[in-house]
Design a protein around this ligand. Structure first.
Ligand SMILES: CC(C)(COP(=O)(O)OP(=O)(O)OC[C@H]1O[C@@H](n2cnc3c(N)ncnc32)[C@H](O)[C@@H]1OP(=O)(O)O)[C@@H](O)C(=O)NCCC(=O)NCCS
Length: 158
């Protein structure tokens, strides 16, 4: 399994994963928009087959995990955990103080993964997610990150 940056060539498979993951999936425009904005986006591949992806807006104060998905047939093998750990490390290396995310209140699997990796529930956003009919609340979760993991590279006296 290998990581690379997510690019336009991955979009078709990303959309397939997204459609099998969400009742109201992101569209191609949503993904293109994230790539255009330069969000930190990883592809998780086996050979040249995309197994998963994750997208995060990284900033020094607070990074925001925007999406993560593993191909349905490959879930439950520890791959989502590996991918999320990479995203956490990236935010830490960039000096981010914390990561926040939203998760559907019905998404027990993702909630359990986030909890396992140290995210804590900090609130609820009412009617945050669209459904084919109606809306669903989101839990907001947050994880504080190790401080200044590589800050000496960026800020040490020259
Ligand atoms: C959420 C998701 C990324 C997890 O990836 P995964 O590869 O299936 O998860 P892993 O095999 O790495 O499991 C890691 C942890 O997730 C949780 N988990 C995984 N499968 C689970 C299941 N069927 N039931 C409950 N918890 C589960 C557990 O905490 C697990 O740790 P454990 O193995 O020590 O119990 C994946 O299920 C997915 O793509 N879901 C659809 C998209 C989605 O919901 N994204 C999150 C949007 S907020």
């Amino acid at each position: 399994m290998e990581f690379s940056y997510l690019g336009l060539s991955h979009l078709e498979t990303v959309l397939e994963i997204e459609r099998e993951s969400n009742p109201f999936p992101w569209t191609e425009i949503n993904f293109r928009d994230c790539l255009d904005k330069g969000y930190y986006s990883l592809a998780f591949e086996e050979g040249d087959i995309l197994i998963g992806f994750a997208i995060m807006a990284i900033s020094s104060e607070e990074s925001h995990l925007l999406n993560i998905g593993i191909k349905e047939s490959r879930r439950g093998e520890g791959l989502g955990e590996k991918l999320l750990k990479k995203m956490i490390l990236a935010a830490e290396v960039m000096g981010s103080k914390k990561i926040i995310l939203e998760v559907r209140v019905s998404n027990n699997v993702a909630y359990s993964l986030y909890e396992k990796l140290g995210f804590e529930e900090i609130g609820i956003r009412k009617n945050y997610y669209r459904l084919p009919k109606g809306r669903e609340d989101a839990f907001v979760m947050s994880k504080s990150l190790k401080k200044d993991i590589l800050s000496h590279f960026f800020f040490s006296k020259s």
